[in-house]
Design a protein around this ligand. Structure first.
Ligand SMILES: [Zn+2]
Ligand SMILES: [Zn+2]
Ligand SMILES: [Zn+2]
Length: 242
């Protein structure tokens, strides 16, 4: 946190140095990025990601969206617009926030000068295909704001969630890997606390769970030591095979 001198913010443990949450799926036919955080450019440089072929959005909050301008380069590499999978309200926010990319006449601007996006509408519970893979959007509640989680095979990514609607629970059964929001120890109106996340894990029983969207409440090492063996704190740069 800016201006914070707590032991986590001043820690030398790299696992305590956290950028905003995002995941990249590396499929045989290309890379699908979930959300474009304000640090997206730095994250892609850090991980030496050379190409992003498609983007999907969980929701349109600033910490998941504002790095989108740097997708300019994705369309340059692709030689065409970047497919963006999202719900209608996310598309509307993107068109408003990045209005300069949608002005009449900009279609002819050179590749790499502004984001060039091709919106693809998705709906919770309805699988879509991207880069030869099936992806299932799952409705989650982020306070009063509806957002999407995504399930690909036996892995699900559920960030920014404070409640999983009853109808979404069956869609999260039989997971090998769950990546789940856990903001802090104390309850929060729009995110799971650690104990709420652990209660969800008790119900869904995924093989392994990685907790994400972690705040400076969590000192990685000491917190990890208190967690059940199949639950871990995620960290920047974490790579999973599934
Ligand atoms: Zn702090
Ligand atoms: Zn959010
Ligand atoms: Zn967030």
């Amino acid at each position: 946190m800016i201006g914070c001198e707590c032991p986590v913010c001043t820690s030398s443990d790299p696992r305590n140095q956290r950028t905003r949450p995002s995941v990249l799926f590396g499929f045989p036919r290309g890379n699908l990025l979930i959300d474009t955080t304000p640090e997206m450019r730095l994250q892609l440089l850090r991980e030496r990601v050379r190409r992003v072929h498609a983007i999907a959005f969980t929701h349109s909050h600033a910490d998941h969206l504002f790095g989108l301008d740097d997708s300019r380069l994705f369309s340059k590499w692709l030689g065409g617009p970047v497919p963006v999978f999202c719900e209608q309200d996310t598309e509307e926010t993107i068109r408003r926030v990045f209005s300069y990319a949608f002005r009449p006449g900009t279609e002819s601007w050179p590749a790499g000068s502004i984001p060039k996006l091709q919106f693809m509408r998705v709906a919770p519970g309805v699988e879509f295909e991207v880069l030869g893979q099936s992806v299932l959007p799952i409705r989650l509640e982020h306070g009063r704001f509806p957002v999407l989680g995504f399930r690909i095979g036996a892995l699900a990514y559920c960030t920014d969630v404070s409640r999983i609607p009853k109808e979404s629970l069956p869609l999260l059964e039989g997971l090998d890997v769950l990546i789940l929001d856990a903001l802090r120890f104390e309850p929060h109106p729009t995110h799971f606390s650690l104990s709420e996340a652990l209660a969800v894990i008790e119900v869904l029983k995924p093989g392994r769970t990685f907790l994400t969207h972690l705040s400076h409440s969590f000192d990685h090492g000491p917190t990890q030591a208190t967690l059940p063996p199949q639950v871990a704190l995620a960290q920047d740069g974490l790579i999973l095979e599934f």
